[in-house]
Design a protein around this ligand. Sequence first.
Ligand SMILES: NC(=O)C1=CN([C@@H]2O[C@H](COP(=O)(O)OP(=O)(O)OC[C@H]3O[C@@H](n4cnc5c(N)ncnc54)[C@H](O)[C@@H]3O)[C@@H](O)[C@H]2O)C=CC1
Ligand SMILES: O=C(O)[C@H]1O[C@H](OP(=O)(O)OP(=O)(O)OC[C@H]2O[C@@H](n3ccc(=O)[nH]c3=O)[C@H](O)[C@@H]2O)[C@H](O)[C@@H](O)[C@@H]1O
Length: 663
Amino acid sequence: MMEHAPSLTRSDDSARESDSNSTGAHTPFDRSPFAYGQTYTIPPPGMDIIAALPQRVGTPQPSQFRAVLPDIMDPETAANVHIRTVCCIGAGYVGGPTAAVIALHNPHIRVIVVDRDQKRIDAWRGRHLPIHEPGLEDVVRLARDGGAEWYRSKSENEPGSTSDEVEAARQPNLFFSTACVETIKEADMCLISVNTPTKKRGVGAGRATDMAAFEGACRDVAMNAKPGCVLVEKSTVPCKTGQLMKDIMEAHRPGVVFPVLSNPEFLSEGTAVRDLMQPDRVVIGCESTISGHRAAAALANLYAAWVPRERIAPINIWSSELCKLAANAMLAQRISSINSISAICERTGADVGEIAKSVGMDPRIGPQFLKAGLGFGGSCFRKDIASLTYLSESLGLPEVAAYWQQVLTMNDFQRDRFARNVIATLNNSLRGKKITILGYAFKKNTGDARESPALDVIRILLEEGPKSIAIFDPLCSESDIQRELSVLEQDFAVCTPAGPVEVLSDPYAACADSNAILVLTDWDMFKVTPQQTAPTKLLSPAESYDGTTPSDILRITSNFDQQTSITKPPTPPRTPKMSPLPANLQRRLLPEPACPPECAECQTSLTGHGQNDKDILTPLVWADISKIIREPRLVFDGRGVLDPRAMVGMGFRLETLGRASLY
Ligand SMILES: NC(=O)C1=CN([C@@H]2O[C@H](COP(=O)(O)OP(=O)(O)OC[C@H]3O[C@@H](n4cnc5c(N)ncnc54)[C@H](O)[C@@H]3O)[C@@H](O)[C@H]2O)C=CC1
Ligand SMILES: O=C(O)[C@H]1O[C@H](OP(=O)(O)OP(=O)(O)OC[C@H]2O[C@@H](n3ccc(=O)[nH]c3=O)[C@H](O)[C@@H]2O)[C@H](O)[C@@H](O)[C@@H]1O
């Protein structure tokens, strides 16, 4: 292995490395971006700011070394750093899919994903992947399990030809392991994609980034990596974290060069595979040193296996770190902007959907991220804006911090006023009342229950002491939802047997006898289609449906005056499974034996072998729901997914964020 190690030492670059003097500080917030042992004087008006930056004695000016630096996009430059083994640290929503797509497109490279969480690693190795992402299963299977040899008739490509040609079997090149240290020792490149949440306590609590996991991963690398191993920040980190990494490496391995790159990830959950397969851009931030450029070229080369080179953007490392925070902040800012307008709409009779449409038709603005609703959730927007706010404050820019803080304030305002409207509409009391929550995930097509807007809504509702809160989500598991809700346990009994909150796997059971239904996720299955406006056949309990599985029939026994039994609509025929792989790769997938009948995951998990992504989209029959909820059939649409006319036509009273009430 060692013979293939990237053979960079400090002497290669000593004249040109732009490392700064370390202050030994532990987070980039502890120091000004210009500090690192130097002072910076604000230049007089009109003076070139770059020219005013302090220069280290003996450090060549950028203009001096630019000419001798190799071109990052030149494949020959990449050839200077031999990448045979990539270690991806962190097998989460980013690490797993990213590693899988890199491995798929670079069959000659071994990609090993490591994590300390044994359960997660076991799941990645098994048939039920730990995360649900459309198309992910096929990508993982081909890279992890290898592909069958394939006899391709030449006539497929050359009509008239009769001879066959063989595509060799594909060897597995994606591995999952808990052996972090051993894998780091082998790696030529380490992608760090561990979690970087907001600090919960201590200095900067609630805003600063908790770098503990990231620093831990860096220390593991520092103590074990081969000299010259390329370190890649994939996690979203505060600007100047690259310096922190260099400081950690220098502390443990003085004098050894470890090039540091920033390669932020822009994928969205629910579309991760598509985003990775067809990225808008791949940003690679590097230092202006020979080792930095060579390392960046090597990473660019991995991506160039499937991403057009013009979409790979080599930039300054600090710009790269900051552009990730800026991108998330600006996307979130659009959501808060349209949500602020939605509040005005409700008081004026304007319709926020119409406004978003007309505003978005201006090509300078564009239609995306203008969907009003409960505001943004998920594990990233809030923490990244908090991080940007904290960074701004640390840099002595309170006005900038206040500007971005307002995006978060507006987000909180939105879910707060939504929940308060529910309470007000129910006569300011939830005592003895049942509330149904349809959708817990922070957005559709993901089973990620983290940082859901639903949590804030539930917290406010619980203050009113409802009789019960029934939650249904097609993909979030009961255990994940309960884990998220457990943060409320200090104030309320929540999911305990005596607690009011229950997670149900059947939407009709969740809605039965409810005083109000709250739609909190934009799942397609909640949308109203013509099919959903027609009730399915209602059966009396006596003539109930003789289906074979309990979930095919729902008998709702409520304290309604009449007992009703309702059949669910027939399950639509299974649609062919969506695969991101081209046909020639799909047919090389190795057959997977079925799980044993007692496989617990098969009963509960919606991910894994054979799972059809469209199975989770079986539409809800609102006409049936109108018969099982209490008068006045209140529905609160927090995501703007329900058609007002259709809902009112079915007898519902509908309240939608950003629209005047309809009933
Ligand atoms: N979730 C998303 O859609 C996106 C997340 N990001 C960023 O990517 C980073 C990772 O996010 P997720 O994948 O969502 O996090 P995650 O929480 O799903 O996964 C992180 C994994 O890292 C593991 N880990 C932590 N420290 C470790 C160590 N020292 N050694 C080995 N494993 C370790 C944890 O056990 C966990 O499984 C974060 O910085 C996030 O901001 C960026 C773009 C999209
Ligand atoms: O850094 C990250 O983690 C990622 O964060 C977001 O991706 P994600 O959070 O997965 O999902 P989004 O589609 O951005 O939605 C975020 C939240 O905003 C809400 N949203 C989105 C769009 C909109 O118009 N309105 C709206 O309320 C969604 O419902 C969801 O709660 C970004 O879109 C990704 O580019 C980024 O990589």
